[in-house]
Design a protein around this ligand. Sequence first.
Ligand code: ZN
Length: 239
Amino acid sequence: MNSPQQSDSALVLFSGGQDSATCLAWALDRFAHVETVGFAYGQRHVIELGCRKKLLDGILSLKREWATKLGEAHTLDIPTLGEISDTALTRNLEIEMGEGGLPNTFVPGRNLVFLTFAAALAYRRGISNIVGGMCETDFSGYPDCRDETIKALNAALNLGMARNFDIHTPLMWRSKAQTWSLATELGGKALIDLIVEESHTCYLGERGAGHEWGYGCGECPACDLRAKGWHEYKARRGG
Ligand code: ZN
């Protein structure tokens, strides 16, 4: 059963990481009804998906109006993506630079697949806004994070599903430090504390070691980016 499209509703790609947690707060600030979707695709850091429940519970308790807006949390299994990708995110490989200047953490087509599944789900749920944490600014040059890619896919999805989806990427032009700042604007220190404590970024799926920016191995590119962004954010705030 497909519902009519609601312009005030949104579906957030929610993995349980820093970026998607910030995107969720951004969506709750703007839309009347917000649902989330996460993908299990055979990622090594599947621990990330397990962080969602505590993050969602934390976000529910932050602001009363957010709690009234937050709807269903969906999880879609797409193991085929992991099966066909030979990458350091889906195999037990060392993270290194590969051909064409792209690290071997690049999962070809990942965001295209995610957004297409998200749109199909949004179609059924009558949701017109899709929110994702793709970012061109501080990333590893993943071509499926580029603004141009997202805009082209948005056009293709609208044509192919005969709907009017709007894909929002609030982090596209923000550095990691600016993403921390955005979270501060949206939910203050309580949201920052929640993201530090409960979100997951580490590519290796490590939760063991605690740092002031959160948990992780502290060495992989994802930890490195998160740590650098955190220190820059703290330096700017004078603390
Ligand atoms: Zn790490």
